[in-house]
Ligand binder design. Structure first.
Ligand code: SF4
Length: 326
């Protein structure tokens, strides 16, 4: 190592006599031999490891920066995005939590104390939903207006899915005759009224022939209140679901007699599978839940009479039987 290499900060470099003479020749002796100033600061680069520093314990893990309180310079930008002024008329959003990597979550949810609510299992919902009230139970205290509203809103059988209108019935009160058909047809389903179209016109003419009027004396309804698709025969479960409406109508209207039109309505109301030929021409008795007995007369459906005009004579006999039945 030369004397130049051996120079240390704060002390004059050591030179040999020949070096000193040469420095004097070039006028650098005083400058060179002047003690070097001490460094103002430690060098940025880490010093070479000394045996002492090598033996210093090494931290097992760095301290998380987020846990250290950090002094922010005055000009430092905030971590959160600056709030843009809302345009005029805009509705202010709920405060939104942007920290902790959960953008978009309302702080009202994040700040909620306690555990999050337990999702309600579907099984629990099914158990807590009230069971549907059977039709017979729902109608037992209803007046006629309430009964009509129940029919319009009824979903007790599948016929509700294809109907345009549930057909409750129409007619006079007090009621002398209750006329009962099978179920609404296409026109009845469209208009929400019973016995409309050609069948209805023929029925009105038949009633008029014995001095009866739809507006003054007769209430007209059906066993089934909603139209079966394609005018098929109602299914037993549909009859069972719907018949409480008819029985409640009979209990409320208290007709003097009942004229049943068609095989299906007659078999349903009288609880028999006998043919219409064996049921017509005589007076049956319907015993109500209140203990009253109402005369029942069976005849052909007007739609059948339109297809079989020769049967109108028998229908006329049925009407005369109904007119004198007591
Ligand atoms: S047919 Fe009778 S029981 Fe069925 S949905 Fe209509 S009103 Fe209700």
């Amino acid at each position: 190592m030369s004397a130049l290499d051996a120079a240390r900060p704060g002390s004059a470099p050591r030179v040999n006599p020949l070096q000193r003479i040469w420095l004097r020749e070039i006028g650098m002796e005083r400058l060179w031999l002047r003690p070097a100033p001490a460094p103002a600061a430690l060098p940025l680069a880490a010093p070479a490891a000394t045996p002492a520093s090598a033996a210093a314990p090494v931290p097992s893990a760095p301290t998380p920066v987020a846990a250290q309180p950090m002094a922010q310079p005055a000009a430092a930008q905030p971590l959160a995005a600056p709030v843009q002024p809302a345009p005029p008329g805009a509705v202010a959003d709920a405060p939104v939590e942007r920290a902790a990597g959960r953008p978009g979550v309302p702080s009202s949810i994040l700040n909620r104390s306690g555990p999050p609510p337990r999702p309600v299992p579907k099984a629990d919902i099914a158990e807590t939903a009230p069971p549907p009230i059977p039709v017979a139970e729902a109608v037992k205290d209803a007046n006629l207006e309430q009964l009509s509203q129940q029919v319009v809103a009824c979903t007790a059988c599948g016929l509700c899915q294809g109907r345009r209108h549930a057909v409750f019935g129409q007619g006079a009160q007090p009621t002398r005759w209750l006329v009962v058909g099978e179920a609404p047809g296409e026109q009845e389903d469209r208009q929400g009224q019973p016995f409309v179209g050609r069948s209805g016109q023929l029925l009105d003419a038949m009633l008029s022939a014995v001095g009866m009027s739809r507006e003054r004396d007769v209430f007209i309804t059906n066993v089934i209140k909603c139209r079966p698709p394609g005018n098929r025969n109602p299914k037993p479960e549909e009859i069972a679901a719907c018949s409480p409406y008819l029985m409640r109508q009979i209990a409320l209207l208290k007709p003097e007699r009942i004229l049943v039109l068609g095989r299906f309505a007659a078999q349903t109301l009288l609880g028999t599978d006998a043919t219409i030929g064996s049921l017509r021409g005589r007076i049956h008795q319907l015993k109500t839940d209140e203990g009253a007995q109402i005369p029942v007369i069976v005849s052909y459906h007007p739609a059948y009479l339109l297809r079989s005009p020769s049967e109108k004579a028998r229908a006329w006999q049925d009407l005369k039987l109904a007119a004198r039945a007591l």
